[in-house]
Unconditional design. Sequence first.
Length: 217
Amino acid sequence: MNDRISPREFHASEGVSDWRVVFDGARAHFSSGSFEKGAALVFAIAELADAAGHHPDVELRYSSVTVRLISHDVGDISRRDLALAQRISEAADELGIAADPSRVQVVQIAVDALDIPRVLPFWEAVLGYRQDGDEDVVDPLGHGPNVWFQQMDAPRPQRNRIHIDVSVPRDEAERRVAAAVAAGGRIVNDAFAPGYWTLADPESNEVDVAPWRDDSD
């Protein structure tokens, strides 16, 4: 079933103000305030997911619940994710649990490599991860950030070749960049903004801040 939906279409739909599309799907962070209320929301999500035949990733913490939706058969978000997101938000509202979209983010480690097939197995082994496609290794338990390998065309001395990617909602990205600059960082490259900004700390270690993907992605 190819019912893929673009991030722009997702965000333009009714009933998804709790949700933001980032690197790895649509996410929502619900501030439950207690483990008991969070567990009640997780139970409601489980019932909705079983009824829909479509299951999200859910993380229950003492005072919050984080939910990720993605359709693995299309490799992206779909209308199934949209429908389930709407129902989950309705369930959270009925339980009196509010969402905090500013807490949505995904962190990944990016490694620039000249020979990805040689470099990738090392990181897969040392982290205890598993390979996912030709350019990623992922935590099979879903706890740690994934590692993405970016193809280099030529050696690049005098500059770090490992950086962090932080995917945040589009309406959060500029605030996050401004906070990083105020904390002593600097903007290295904003030519692709608002797609992404490259920042560096005071010792020139780099991080990319990128919002949810454009409709063209």
